[in-house]
Design a protein around this ligand. Structure first.
Ligand code: PRP
Length: 174
């Protein structure tokens, strides 16, 4: 299965996730971290990033949806599955595959801060440069990319391509 050109190779992703995991491990030294994967797109990033985190880690998942079947963000964020864990006084790290408009980030942080975590940050593999409609301060960013529609490594187009081991740019004419 090919999806246009390779934007970020498997090797680059692996190297960057290792660096991010090492940075997160330094920042949370002495703490236990609750790593929250934002489904569905984050499943691959979460699994590979977590292998490089050396502080004690618990895992939980949220499922949200913003895109529907379109390639454009709708601005509507829906919680499809909430956390199982209580996060009061916990150190929470949200893991995302991509921050695009920032509306999912904004909604998740506003919603989860109300539950009184000790801290809450986000790690995202990809950040789309200049596309945010709200202020976004993501602490851990893998790669900053342009406006292309990307797939792979958890990211889909109409639910396909999530299993690609690299980030590819979708060829609209394919
Ligand atoms: C994607 C991605 C983020 C969100 C980012 O999820 O995983 O959660 O969109 O976009 P935003 O910054 O414009 O809000 P999507 O809604 O496509 O669901 P999925 O994870 O199931 O693919």
């Amino acid at each position: 299965m090919e999806a246009g050109r390779v934007l970020i190779s498997e090797e680059h992703i692996a190297r960057r996730l290792r660096e991010m995991g090492e940075e997160i491990s330094r920042d949370y030294q002495g703490e236990t971290l609750l790593v929250v994967g934002v489904l569905r797109g984050a499943f691959m990033v979460m699994a590979d990033l977590a292998r490089h985190i050396t502080v004690p880690v618990e895992f939980d998942f949220m499922a949200v949806s913003s895109y529907g079947m379109s390639t454009k963000t709708s601005g509507v964020v829906r919680i499809l599955k909430d956390l199982d864990a209580e996060i009061t006084d916990r150190h929470v790290l949200l893991v995302e595959d991509i921050v695009d408009s920032g509306l999912t980030y904004d909604y998740l942080l506003r919603t989860l801060r109300l539950r009184g975590p000790a801290s809450i940050e986000m790690a995202t593999l990809l950040m789309k440069e200049g596309m945010q409609q709200v202020p976004v301060e993501t602490k851990y960013v893998g790669f900053t990319i342009g406006p292309e529609f990307v797939v792979g490594y958890g990211l889909d187009h109409q639910q396909l391509y999530r299993n690609l081991p690299y980030i590819g740019v979708l060829d609209e004419h394919a």
